[in-house]
Design a protein around this ligand. Sequence first.
Ligand code: FAD
Length: 382
Amino acid sequence: MSTYHENAVDADIAVIGLGSMGSFAFWQLASMGKSVIGFDRFRPGHDNGAGHGETRIFRTAYGEGVAYVPLLQAARELWRKLEAETSVELYVETGGTMFGPKDDNFITTVQESVQQYQLPHKVYEGPEAKKEYPQINFQDNQVAVFEELAGFVKPELAIETAVKRGEDLGGTVYTNSPVTRIEPDDDGVSIMCGDKQFRVKKVIVASGGWTSKLLPQLNLPVSLERQVLVWYKARNPELFTPDKFPIFSRVSKGRGFYGFPSLDGETVKVAFHHGGVTADHPDHIDREIHESDLLALTEKVKKYLPNLIPEPVKAKTCFYTNTPDEHFVLGPAPGLQHVTLLGPMAGHGFKFAPIMGEIAAELATDKTPSLDIKMFDPNRFQ
Ligand SMILES: Cc1cc2nc3c(=O)[nH]c(=O)nc-3n(C[C@H](O)[C@H](O)[C@H](O)COP(=O)(O)OP(=O)(O)OC[C@H]3O[C@@H](n4cnc5c(N)ncnc54)[C@H](O)[C@@H]3O)c2cc1C
């Protein structure tokens, strides 16, 4: 901790928030040989933020925009890199199917992605898709794009692994340590955390849904949206193992229904994408599960996954930090020198964590980002 000598610093760079994104920035900075300190208001791998619930979808054929594909290809390499460095399995390639009405913007953009980047894939009409994956009751008027490189990553384990690897490479972690204020000046940044003060040259803010509370002066037009993840038992669990069942995402008009293979050999996790209630603060998210959270999802299960028993056996809440255009926030924080914003990441950021962490580390070390991040410019809201 600094005792405030004029030029004394506690580290080159601080990462505030060691959740989905910050954990990876922390690992990348430590890998670069930088002195880095990381803070989290909880213990990394916790279930109070956006990075929990056992699985997150990874896909490269990207309905949210073809421009994301190079980032996803780079992210995939980095998922494998962290696995190789730690011998921990984080990314399971099951293949994935995105399906929906032929003319839906999401599906047509998925198809553009596979064509433009020659991603290994197959396209089926509904009846053919049903023959290939009888676990899913594809509708006759739907088209299904099967992407080979899709799969799932393991959020809690990934966050813990990235933080641990960063520590092994020399980084320092402060857990259960909420940062209350950051004060940039010409020479660096002062960080207030409880009764302690730290001094660093640069800061990466990766505090997810709490960013608007930490930096209210940015007036980020983000909103918090509660989401619910629900597990159902399979009648024939052997049909839902990761080698037999792909991740799936059925999207239409911006709303979605998605699910994963079984991790425990008994249950399958499914959820809706969007449609949740909003909250004014991450600490005020309703964590209770209500009957109304389950009814519509159970109806979808009956319609699309007849081999699941339509009685929820487990559920968890989580939240998105949505941006108006659903693109991420990544870049220098407007008006705050030496501060890089890494997030908020809307409702689809987890799969990108390694590449977002790497680019934030590049920005914080005054390097030119290795990939195009124009669409994430924090200034676009002003
Ligand atoms: C239900 C659900 C399903 C999702 N499914 C997918 C999916 O399948 N695929 C996908 O790619 N994405 C998915 N997402 C989106 C993805 O999980 C998020 O985009 C991502 O987790 C956001 O990461 P983050 O680092 O910004 O936030 P978080 O992971 O919440 O991290 C923020 C961290 O900052 C810490 N923090 C906050 N304030 C402070 C402070 N003042 N001081 C210190 N620490 C602080 C918090 O404790 C937290 O650890 C899903 C999200 C949800 C909720």
